[in-house]
Design a protein around this ligand. Structure first.
Ligand code: SF4
Length: 233
């Protein structure tokens, strides 16, 4: 097959794939331009790869005694047409498969879902076109994200939803709105991630980023609403 485009790898992670010791493969290419993106170097696809797919598979072959999972992250893994075949390669080596996605292409998610053991789905903003466009820099097809969410729920696969709390884009009220939506959809697993100002953001103060985590009413509401909830700083 034409190999997938790797932007980088993390050889050992205990935080990217719940209940797994995993390698993370960061895929090149993302159609979104989130203002809080820390992986802008992955947004454009087609760059020289620091590691080839066959070399990564050789690495996985050697690490079977240490690792039990591989997470496809990005970038947005679902933009790569060979993702499904790449997952087959990983599964053939005996690894579990994780996926990080923004739910950009539900038809691509549906294709790989049978191969995936766990998914982390980003919920960037309240599910309104204008808000999503602001949070992703370009994408207003919230129906794609909702469809991806429903695919996950109906699949019975293990998954989590999570939101990066960028105070330039989100208010505390927005978190309530998103949580209520997710709860109504049947989501049991939601997490808030702290925004750490990107290098070009010279104005956002840490106290603004912390406000989501310091709001006791919000934290209690989320803890009571979801079976699994945590704050990720
Ligand atoms: S979806 Fe992820 S990789 Fe893509 S622009 Fe947003 S934060 Fe960056």
């Amino acid at each position: 097959m034409e190999h997938i485009k790797i932007g980088g790898i993390e050889k050992f992670s205990v935080v990217d794939f719940p209940n797994s010791i995993a390698a993370v493969v960061f895929m090149q290419g993302c159609p979104w331009r989130c203002p809080f993106c820390y992986n802008t170097h992955l947004q454009e696809a087609g760059k020289e790869t620091e590691i080839s797919w066959p070399a990564f598979l050789e690495f996985l072959e050697r690490r079977k005694a240490v690792l039990d999972g591989v997470v496809f992250s990005g970038g947005e893994p679902l933009v790569q047409n060979n993702l499904s075949a790449a997952m087959d390669d990983v599964i053939a080596l005996g690894y579990k498969v994780g996926l990080h996605t923004g739910g950009y292409r539900p038809e691509a998610l549906e294709k790989v879902l049978p191969k995936v053991d766990w998914v982390g789905l980003d919920i960037k903003a309240p599910l309104e076109a204008a808000r999503y466009k602001q949070a992703t820099g370009c994408f207003d097809k919230v129906e794609n994200v909702v469809q991806s969410l429903r695919l996950l729920i109906n699949s019975g696969k293990d998954f989590e939803t999570r939101t990066t709390c960028d105070p330039r884009l989100l208010s505390i009220e927005d978190i309530y709105t998103m949580a209520a939506f997710l709860k109504a959809e049947g989501v049991k697993n939601y997490h808030l991630q702290k925004y750490r100002p990107i290098p070009s953001d010279k104005t956002t103060q840490d106290s603004e980023c912390e406000k989501f985590f310091q709001d006791k009413d919000l934290v209690k509401y989320l803890s009571d609403t979801f079976e699994i909830f945590d704050l990720r700083k």
